[in-house]
Write a protein that binds this ligand. Structure first.
Ligand SMILES: Nc1ncnc2c1ncn2[C@@H]1O[C@H](COP(=O)(O)OP(=O)(O)OP(=O)(O)O)[C@@H](O)[C@H]1O
Length: 768
C-alpha cells in the first residue's frame, strides 16, 4: 500500500534541520526532521519529517524543499521532497553567521564582518564569481582567502549543479546522480559535453542530455549532437535487443528519429558523423555494419581464441578405441548406466577434440554425459577425479562452470564435483573488464566443461576463452532452443552454425521413460508440434483455464493447494514474462508474499519504497556481488532483521542466506534484491524448481515467443502447472522467427577457419 497524495507537486516547505534521522552516504536516501519556517501547505505542526534523495543537510542552513505531502502507512505524515535548494544567506547578519560557522575553519566573527562590510550583501556570489575580490578585505591572508573560496565552492557546488539541472527539468534523484558521478566537475561537463552523461550516468538517455545540449547551443546538426544520438542508438540496440552490430542504415534512421527539433537533420549529416566516429575509433564500422567497440573486439577475440584452441586440437592426446571402450565400460559399470550411441559419441568427441559442443533438450542426458566424460577422462589419463584426493595446492584437473549461481550449484549437485559461476572462476572484480584471469593469467587444469552456454554473452565468452590455456580441452554444453543471453550475442547458436567445432546433439529423451509429461511437452514445443491441453496433461502437468483478470486468483489457488500438500515457497516458482500489470511479476509477488509469508505482529519487516521485506521472505539477487560470492539471479531467504539499536553501524540490517552464504544488507542496499516468489522467465534461466506455476495469457502478447515458453516450461522438475489461455500458449509457440540477433560471429568463424585451412594447405601442414 502506498500513501495517499494530499497535494500537488507545487508545494514547498522552507525549514531548518532539527535532526538528521537517517542519511546514506551512497544512495543519499535521507530522512530529516525540520523546523518549518514557511510553507505553502496548510500545516498545523511546526515540525515535519522530510524524506528524499538529498545531499546531507547541515545545521543552521535554511532549505527550500519542493514536493508533496504523503501519508506513510507506518511513519505517518511526511513531506516527500523532489527538489531541494539551500537558501544562500541574503542578509548581512545571515552571511556573517554563515562565514563564521564551523564550516569555515579559522574565520571568526570579526573577519566575517570585515568581509561583509567590504563586499556587501552579495559577498558570497561575488567570491564564487571571482575569488580575487577577497584581496580587498583588509588583513585577510592568502591561505584564509583560498580556504574560504574552496569551502564555498564545495558547499555551493551541489546547489549550483542541482539548480542548473532543475532548470533543465531534471528531478532531484537524477540530478543527485549527476552530481555523484562528477561532483564539482558536473558543471564543466554539462557545459562542455552534456552528452557524456548518457554514458556515465544511469537513467540519462539521449532526450535528457539533449535538453542540456540545446541550452549550450548544440542544436540541429551539430556534430556532437548527432554523434551522441548515433552512439545512443547503437548502445540501445546492443543492450536492449542483444545485437552485436546494427546495420548502418538502421543507425541512420533511428538516429534521425531521435534528433527531433525545428531543423531536420539530414541522412547525409548523420552518415558523415558516423564516418568520423569510425575514423576516431569511437565505434567500429565494417562494410555496412556498425559495432560498439567493445563488442567488435570481443567477437574478434572469440574468433581468435576459438581458432587457437581448435587448431591445436590436432595435438590432443589420442587413445586407441580399445582403451576408450574399456574405460567407458568401467564407467558404465560404476555409474550403473548403459550409454546410448549418441551419448558415447559425445564422450568420445569431447575427449579427442580441442573444443566440443554438446546440445540437447531437457532429459536427453547432458548431465549424464558430463558425468561419464569426467570419469572416462580420469581413467584414460590415469588421474583421480575425486576432489578429496587434491589437497590445498594441487589443482583439480577438471573445471566445471556455469553462468549463474543456481546453474553452477545444480551442476555441482548432479556431478558431485566442485562447480562455480564463470564470473567467479575468472576472478571477476566487480566492474566490467576487471577479471583476474585472462590472456596474461590463464586458468589451470586440463579440461573445462561449461554448462548453460546459451546464457553466455559475447563479452563473457571472450573473457572466458582468453583465459583458457592452449592445453586445456573445452566442452560447451547447452540447449540452443532456450532464450538467448541477456547481454548481446548468440554465442552457442553461432558456434554451432559456423560448423567449425565438432558438435553432438542429443535428441533421444531418457527421462520420458519415467513418465514425464513435462519433458514430452517441452519437446513438442521445441519441435513446433500441435499442442493440445488434454493430450499434454499428465500426472506432472496440468492446465487451468482462466481469463486474464482471474490470473492472480488462479495462481494463488494453485500455490495454496501446493502448500496444503506440504510444499513450501522454496519448492514453488511462479514465472511470468513481464513485470507490469495484474498478471505481472510485481503484482504477483505482492500477492504471493501475503500467501507465503504474511505479516504478523512479532515478525520483523523493513519498508523499502512500496514493498516490505519480512523475516522469512524469499528474495532474488539482482546484481553481481563478487565480494560476497552472490550473483545476479541467486535466490535467498531473509533470515534476520536487526534494528538500528542492535547493530554497530546503528542502522537497520537485513541478513539474507543464499544457500548458507549469509550476506548483510543495509536499507539502501535493498535495491539489489526483489521478492522471488514470482520472477521473470528471463531471470529463471539456468535454474530448475520442483514446481513451476506459469500463467500464459494474451495480455503478455508482446513477449509471447516460442523460446520464452520453452525456457519457462523446462524450468519445472516435478510439476508444471499452467493457467490462462491455451490459445495464447499456441500463439507463442508459433512465434519463433523474428528474434534473430545481428552478429557476425558465425561468418567470422567460418572465414577464419577457411583462411587457416588455406594457410595450412599452402605450407603443407593440413595433410598430417
Ligand atoms: N543412457 C541412459 N540410460 C538410462 N537413463 C539415462 C541415460 N541417459 C540419461 N538417463 C537418465 O535420464 C534422466 C535425464 O538425464 P540428464 O539429467 O543427464 O539429462 P539432461 O539433459 O542433463 O537434463 P536437464 O537439462 O533437464 O537437466 C536422468 O534420470 C538420467 O539418469
Amino acid at each position: 500500500m502506498t500513501g495517499t497524495e494530499e497535494t500537488n507537486q507545487a508545494n514547498h516547505v522552507k525549514g531548518e534541520l532539527l535532526h538528521l534521522i537517517y542519511h546514506n552516504e551512497e544512495s543519499l536516501y535521507t530522512v530529516a526532521k525540520i523546523k518549518v519556517i514557511d510553507t505553502s501547505l496548510d500545516l498545523s505542526e511546526r515540525e515535519l519529517t522530510v524524506v528524499g534523495i538529498l545531499p546531507k543537510p547541515d545545521q543552521d542552513v535554511t532549505y527550500l524543499f519542493h514536493g508533496e505531502m504523503k501519508e506513510h502507512p507506518r511513519f505517518g505524515r511526511q513531506f516527500k521532497a523532489d527538489q531541494v535548494r539551500k537558501e544562500v544567506p541574503q542578509t548581512k547578519q545571515g552571511i556573517v553567521h554563515y562565514l563564521s560557522s564551523e564550516r569555515f575553519p579559522g574565520i571568526g566573527l570579526k573577519t566575517a564582518e570585515k568581509i561583509v562590510d567590504e563586499l556587501g550583501d552579495n559577498a558570497l556570489s561575488a567570491i564564487l564569481a571571482d575569488k580575487a575580490v577577497l584581496e580587498r578585505v583588509d588583513g585577510l591572508k592568502q591561505d584564509k582567502a583560498d580556504s574560504i573560496y574552496k569551502v564555498l565552492l564545495e558547499e555551493q557546488g551541489v546547489e549550483q549543479v542541482l539548480l542548473k539541472l532543475y532548470d533543465y527539468g531534471f528531478g532531484l534523484q537524477l540530478a543527485m546522480k549527476v552530481y555523484q558521478a562528477y561532483k564539482l566537475d558536473a558543471m564543466r561537463i554539462m557545459e562542455e559535453n552534456p552528452y557524456q552523461m548518457i554514458e556515465d550516468v544511469e537513467g540519462i538517455g539521449f532526450a535528457k542530455a539533449d535538453a542540456i545540449g540545446q541550452h549550450q547551443g548544440l542544436t540541429g546538426s551539430h556534430p556532437d549532437r548527432i554523434k551522441a544520438a548515433v552512439f545512443y542508438v547503437l548502445t540501445e540496440q546492443s543492450m536492449n535487443s542483444g545485437h552485436v552490430y546494427t546495420p548502418t542504415q538502421n543507425v541512420i534512421l533511428e538516429s534521425q528519429r531521435l534528433l527531433t527539433g525545428p531543423e531536420r537533420v539530414s541522412e547525409d549529416d548523420i552518415a558523415a558523423c558516423m564516418i568520423e566516429m569510425g575514423e576516431e575509433q569511437k565505434v567500429m564500422v565494417e562494410e555496412d555494419r556498425m559495432y560498439l567497440k567493445t563488442l567488435y573486439f570481443a567477437e574478434k577475440g572469440i574468433v581468435t581464441n576459438l581458432h587457437r584452441l581448435i587448431s591445436r586440437g590436432k595435438s590432443v592426446e589420442e587413445f586407441p578405441e580399445s582403451e576408450f571402450l574399456k574405460a567407458l565400460g568401467k564407467t558404465e559399470e560404476s555409474l550403473g548406466i548403459e550409454y546410448a550411441d549418441s551419448q558415447k559419441e559425445a564422450i568420445r568427441t569431447a575427449l579427442s577434440s580441442g573444443v566440443t559442443v554438446l546440445t540437447g533438450g531437457p532429459g536427453t542426458g547432458k548431465t549424464t554425459v558430463i558425468n561419464g566424460l569426467v570419469e572416462v577422462y580420469g581413467r584414460l589419463k590415469g588421474l583421480s577425479v575425486n576432489p578429496d584426493d587434491y589437497k590445498k595446492d594441487a589443482q583439480f584437473p577438471v573445471i566445471l562452470a556455469a553462468p549463474t549461481g543456481r546453474a553452477a550449484k545444480r551442476m555441482s549437485e548432479s556431478t558431485g564435483l566442485p562447480a562455480s559461476t564463470i564470473h567467479r572462476l575468472l576472478g571477476f572484480k566487480g566492474s566490467q573488464d576487471d577479471f583476474e584471469y585472462g590472456e596474461h593469467h590463464q586458468l589451470e587444469g586440463s579440461l573445462i566443461i561449461l554448462d548453460e552456454m546459451s546464457m553466455v554473452d559475447t563479452w563473457l565468452c571472450n573473457q572466458l576463452l582468453k583465459a583458457v590455456p592452449d592445453d586445456m580441452q573445452v566442452l560447451f554444453v547447452g540447449d540452443e532452443d532456450q532464450l538467448p543471453s541477456v547481454g548481446p550475442g548468440q554465442i552457442l547458436s553461432d558456434i554451432l552454425e559456423a560448423g567449425i567445432v565438432p558438435a553432438v546433439q542429443l535428441t533421444a529423451i531418457f527421462r520420458q521413460a519415467e513418465g514425464s509429461s513435462i519433458i514430452t511437452f517441452s519437446h513438442d514445443i521445441k519441435e513446433g508440434r500441435k499442442l493440445s491441453a488434454e493430450e499434454s496433461a499428465g500426472s506432472d502437468l496440468r492446465f487451468f483455464p482462466c481469463g486474464p483478470l482471474q490470473v492472480p486468483d488462479a495462481v494463488r489457488q494453485i500455490c495454496q493447494k501446493a502448500v496444503e500438500r506440504g510444499y513450501t515457497a522454496r519448492d514453488i516458482q511462479v514465472l511470468a514474462p513481464m513485470y507490469r500489470g495484474d498478471a505481472g511479476v510485481t503484482a504477483l509477488n505482492q500477492m504471493l508474499q501475503e500467501l507465503f509469508n504474511p505479516s504478523k505482529e512479532q515478525k520483523r519487516e523493513v519498508a523499502f519504497g512500496d514493498v516490505a521485506y519480512r523475516h522469512g521472505d524469499m528474495v532474488l539477487q539482482l546484481v553481481n556481488n563478487p565480494e560476497e560470492h552472490v550473483y545476479n539471479g541467486d535466490r535467498g531467504e531473509i533470515v534476520a532483521i536487526f534494528l538500528p539499536k542492535e547493530t554497530e553501524q546503528n542502522e537497520t540490517m537485513i541478513v539474507i542466506s543464499f544457500d548458507g552464504i549469509e550476506v548483510s544488507y543495509s536499507k539502501s542496499d535493498l535495491n539489489q534484491i526483489t521478492h522471488a516468489y514470482c520472477c521473470s522467465i528471463h531471470k529463471s534461466q539456468g535454474s530448475e524448481f520442483p514446481i513451476v506455476v506459469m500463467p500464459v495469457i494474451r495480455n503478455y502478447a508482446r513477449m509471447l515467443r516460442k523460446n520464452l515458453i520453452y525456457t519457462g516450461v523446462t524450468r519445472a522438475k516435478d510439476f508444471l502447472l499452467l493457467c490462462g489461455d491455451w490459445r495464447a500458449l499456441e500463439y507463442a509457440v508459433g512465434r519463433d522467427d523474428d528474434l534473430v540477433r545481428n552478429t557476425t560471429l558465425c561468418d567470422k568463424l567460418k572465414q577464419a577457419f577457411m583462411e587457416g585451412t588455406h594457410q595450412h594447405e599452402k605450407t603443407g601442414v593440413a595433410k598430417d
